[in-house]
Design a protein. Structure first.
Length: 498
């Protein structure tokens, strides 16, 4: 996956690309290349990809012929995934079709349009001939396929210019953009050629509007942002990108937490919460193994070499990595299933037509401030209950509930920061301190369980288990220290609360 950073411009038919070498104030090498590109674009019949600003094409011609999937990241920035040309011109490679499953949800991808482009490229290079930026001057013929929309074949022609960074910085891109505008270019009215061609055929989501300043507007706005975050992480998980599983799991948790905390504002979401807990759990198996594997690697690196006996690094590295891979395979398989697609459908419906209560029409500041305060009182109540339990195992379970309550309070406060400002930030900070302190203890407990499992495997294989015992002792000691220090952490956060 490559990052594409570009600015697009509409230009008149007589537009002339200015002298770009002068933009950097030096005699940079500039070369002109002419090429013809023919691209067929694929989407569902109802244009689900186009509605999200995503393009999927098969292109012939040029230096990068092949399949291209472009996923929006920010304004003017897209992640591009490429795949070599395949024999079939009508079947999208599985690798790419899987990356948009969260949007297609099993609907077939079909050809919807074709773009023929005659491109003249101006390549801006530095004194060492290193390419910094390309300006593509495109004459475009776009054709909307009649069979795709049940209408007559539609053809349009236009000219546009794209400035794309290839090695330079964004300051250069801005200077080039300024030069192009001075020469008569105007910022493009659409984000892609396909969007320009398809026009109002691209569906626009109809979202229920809430009055500004109401509890409903704040809560629904936050829910929409987290659904967007979840969908953005989906292809990253399928690509096995760094931290993607963690970020998608966090989006699921934030959604579920918000639905629980704001149930007085958005009602009838118990089923969605259950399904969010399911997919977060599927992802959690991957994330937990990833964290524990990194944890053991760091601990082993800190030990004296003579204390590391037998193939312990391989078992706590390769074995856990294999288990993590198996867990990831189960997660991605779940993300191809009808249960996951049904969850995404329900989330789309929920944020488009939220089941609001009468409380949603109330003023946000007073209504939601009460929710934030209530979330912290829940943490305090859970801790009071835990301290009264004498049985160690039952108390450990209760402390886990304290941590979950703190995490929920933190997410609730995070959702309300734009509304409540410092008040929400203070609550989020206190809840985070509780969550992280208890997390150190509970992570140690999980690590001990994994160590016991791996110790048994090593023993059955006839391996030296000395280091496993040492690691187990270190984890147990660290967990006990974390548990012992928590009362002090609690006193500090409650004192800070006034």
């Amino acid at each position: 996956m490559a990052l594409e950073i570009e600015d697009k411009f509409d230009v008149p038919a007589d537009f002339a690309v200015p002298d770009l070498a002068a933009v950097r104030g030096s005699a940079d090498a500039v070369e002109l290349v002419a090429e013809k590109l023919v691209a067929v674009y694929f989407d569902t019949a109802d244009l689900r990809l186009a509605a999200r600003g995503i393009t999927l094409r098969r292109r012939r011609g040029g230096h990068d012929a092949g399949w291209h999937l472009k996923l929006p990241k920010a304004k003017g920035v897209r992640n591009e995934v490429t795949h070599p040309l395949t024999r079939s011109a009508k079947i999208v490679p599985r690798r790419l079709s899987d990356l948009v499953l969260a949007l297609t949800r099993g609907e077939p991808l079909v050809p919807v349009a074709e773009l023929e482009t005659v491109r003249k490229v101006t390549s801006v290079r530095d004194a060492d001939s290193r390419q910094l930026l390309e300006v593509a001057d495109d004459n475009v013929k776009g054709t909307v396929f009649a069979t795709a929309f049940g209408e007559d074949r539609h053809v349009e022609r236009w000219r546009e210019v794209e400035a794309e960074l290839t090695g330079g910085d964004e300051a250069l891109l801005k200077r080039v953009g300024k030069a192009l505008r001075k020469a008569g270019a105007t910022p493009a009215g659409t984000q892609s050629k396909l969007a320009r061609l398809l026009g109002d055929r691209i569906p626009v989501p109809v979202l229920a509007e809430q009055e500004d300043g109401t509890a409903g507007a704040v809560v629904v706005g936050y829910l929409r942002s987290q659904v967007t975050a979840l969908l953005a992480q989906d292809p990253r998980v399928r690509q096995v990108e760094e931290d993607a599983v963690h970020q998608m799991r966090v989006a699921c948790r934030r959604l579920r937490s918000a639905l629980r905390s704001f149930s007085d504002v958005v009602a009838e979401t118990t089923g969605v919460q259950d399904e969010l807990r399911w997919i977060a759990g599927v992802l959690g198996e991957v994330r937990d193994l990833e964290v524990i594997r990194d944890r053991f690697a760091r601990t082993l690196d800190e030990l004296e070499p003579r204390l590391v006996a037998g193939p312990v690094r391989a078992r706590l590295g390769e074995d856990l990595e294999r288990r993590e891979g198996e867990a990831l395979a189960r997660a991605t398989e779940a993300m191809k299933g009808e249960r996951y697609f049904a969850l995404l459908d329900r989330l789309d419906t929920m944020v488009a037509k939220p089941p609001l209560t009468p409380l949603a029409a109330k003023k946000a500041d007073t209504t939601l401030a009460k929710v934030a305060d209530r979330s912290w009182r829940r943490v305090a109540k859970k801790y009071d209950e835990a301290r009264m339990i004498e049985d160690p195992e039952a108390r450990e379970t209760a402390m886990h509930d304290v941590r979950k309550a703190a995490k929920r309070a933190r997410y609730t406060a995070d959702a309300l920061k734009p509304l409540l400002g410092d008040r929400a930030s203070d609550l989020a900070g206190r809840a985070k301190a509780v969550q992280e302190s208890l997390g150190l203890y509970l992570d140690g407990v999980v690590a001990q369980e994994v160590l016991l499992e791996e110790t048994e495997r090593a023993r059955e294989a006839g391996e030296d288990t000395f280091t496993y015992g040492l690691l187990l002792g270190l984890e147990r000691a660290a967990a006990e220290r974390s548990r012992a220090v928590f009362p002090r952490v609690w006193d500090e956060v409650t004192s800070a609360a006034g």
